[in-house]
Design a protein around this ligand. Sequence first.
Ligand code: OFO
Length: 169
Amino acid sequence: MINEKMNAALNNQVNAELYSAYLYLSMQAYFQKMNLTGFVNWMNIQVQEEMAHARGLYDYIQERDGEIVLEAIKKPDLKWNSPLQVFEDVLKHEQYVTSLINNLADVADETKDRAAALFLQWYIKEQVEEEASVSGVLETLRMIKSDANALLLLDRELAQRTFTQPVIG
Ligand code: OFO
């Protein structure tokens, strides 16, 4: 049985991961309007990953005989004027999610929940990968500036990304 504080913190993270999926779905729609199909593919995979992250937490709460409480998902802001701006927001968002995961790990430590601390290791490592992959795209976008041909080359590269169902925990 999981303690109440850890249970509530994990439920909040389910919401944060679903919000991430929602945010990336909005970004996917933005790229669809621009006909940048590689960026669309990248965002589509990001949405699937976030759904998997939410599901991983959900399953873990269930496994520990906790209680699932699903709250409303916030509306994402739609305010992008360029692919660069989108990816600046993605990186900011992922850095924020990293801080949330670190806070969750703090709750596991405070409540001496060794099992949760171990489970959260997967998310800690995942955030390192998420930030690195986003930073890579962002760096390229910064170099591209307004070069349309270079943007199309990046679009082609992002079309190669594939989704692999993560094995969490
Ligand atoms: Fe769930 O990693 Fe992004 O937000």
